[in-house]
Design a protein around this ligand. Structure first.
Ligand code: PLP
Length: 400
């Protein structure tokens, strides 16, 4: 009942593909958007658009207030101590690149190591390599559980930072980030948590986790593409140099010398995506109205239901079976290439992702080219899981 009410808010769920109603199970890549988000974007550009922070006129002041109000909303949503610890970016990728670039400039000494998990997304690997770090990956078990003892042994005098995903986009593992932060801090090392796959599925409290940075994308939590967040603890953000130069991030500019604006503006050079930020506020409202706990328990229910049925199918192997995992199922069918599975079930209206999911080291760990990945959101239903399983049942004979 509650499900029907939720689904009616998502126009895209009514779309048909190949003559059938779409079953959208690619939520780890991006979620669909509720009407409130779509309408907020439309309303912003119809009635509220002005550049922020610099205008003396009403429209600019109102746009600025709408933008800053979402900063306070995000602060409360993730439990940050201050609103100025919330920096708006284009998404998780830009957030991590920002930290990697500024952190390296401030703290790297020429022989620098960053500890990452073995299940990181490329967005939390490549920026550190670009910054010049040597990566120290934390191994994980066949089930997809990080080896915390091995993690403790990776710290050396050259360790500058730990960067770890809260939830793995490929395996669904929910990593013990709080414990990992305690261990890193005991070594005097700060921690960045990639929360791209966490914020839409579990209650995040950055102060409770104790991390120094927390990064996520609006589009994976029912918000628009083009906006994300880099949370940084005030003490550490204050120490970092700016990432990009331009308007808004300055205090004074002369041809000889520039001084920088206060937090968070020091890290928000140029015109931000104001309409997207405003719409992100509506996505947060949507999540709070449904209740993050209700979202989590609904997805857990779908995960269990789908997993049990998948395990009944011949030749299906699931990758990532960590206890308490999030609503992501990666799997392979016999010797079939994941792309073939995805393409065949697409003909039956089922949208899943196939490939390495930007986690090539995970694929190397298992010696596989990629997986098929089904990932659930609050609007998915048992009957959609049934259609997904039915589609697999129909295509499996064609794959052997
Ligand atoms: N980190 C993780 C764990 C992800 O799943 C993703 C996207 O799939 C990213 C980072 C990158 O997010 P974006 O492409 O929104 O910047």
């Amino acid at each position: 009942m509650i499900q029907e009410n939720i689904r009616s808010k998502f126009p895209l769920l009514d779309v048909e593909v190949h003559g059938r109603q779409l079953v959208y199970l690619d939520n780890a890549a991006t979620t669909q958007k509720p009407l409130s988000v779509i309408e907020a974007l439309d309303d912003y550009y119809r009635r509220r658009n002005a550049n922020i922070h610099r205008g003396a006129y009403h429209l600019a002041a109102a746009a600025t207030e709408a933008y800053e109000a979402v900063r306070r909303q995000v602060q409360s949503f993730i439990g940050a101590r201050h609103a100025h610890e919330v920096v708006f970016t284009r998404g998780t990728t830009e957030s991590i690149n920002l930290v990697a670039s500024s952190f390296a400039k401030r703290y790297f000494k020429g022989s620098d190591e960053v500890i990452v998990s073995g299940m990181e997304h490329h967005s939390d690997i490549v920026p550190w390599q670009l910054a010049g770090a040597t990566l120290r990956p934390i191994p994980f078990s066949d089930e997809g559980v990080l080896d915390v003892d091995a993690y403790e042994r990776l710290f050396t005098p050259q360790t500058r930072l730990v960067a770890v995903c809260h939830v793995s986009n490929t395996l669904g593992t929910v990593n013990p980030v709080r414990r990992m932060v305690e261990i890193a801090h005991a070594h005097g090392v700060p921690v960045l948590v990639d929360g791209a796959q966490a914020v839409a599925h579990l209650k995040v409290d950055v102060q409770e986790i104790g991390c120094d940075f927390y990064c996520f994308s609006g589009h994976k939590m029912y918000g628009p593409m083009g906006v994300g967040v880099m949370y940084g603890r005030e003490e550490i953000l204050g120490e970092l140099p700016p990432y990009q130069g331009g308007g808004e991030m300055i205090e004074t500019v002369t041809f000889e010398r520039t001084t920088y604006n206060q937090l968070p503006y020091k890290f928000e050079a140029g015109t931000p995506s104001v309409g997207d930020v405003v719409a992100l506020g509506k996505a947060i409202e949507f999540m709070l109205q449904v209740g993050v706990g209700n979202i989590a328990s609904h997805e857990e229910d779908l995960l269990q239901y789908a997993t049990q049925q998948l395990l009944q199918l011949p030749a299906v192997r699931i990758y990532g079976t960590a206890p308490g995992k999030a609503s992501v199922i990666s799997f392979l069918v016999g010797q079939a290439h994941p792309y073939d599975v995805g393409t065949l079930i697409d003909q039956l209206g089922i949208a899943v992702r196939t490939g390495h999911h930007c986690t090539q080291p995970v694929m190397d760990r298992y010696g596989i080219p990629g997986t098929v990945r089904a990932s659930f959101a609050v609007y998915n239903t048992h009957s959609e899981v049934d259609r997904f399983i039915d589609a697999l049942n129909r295509v499996i004979p064609m794959l052997q």
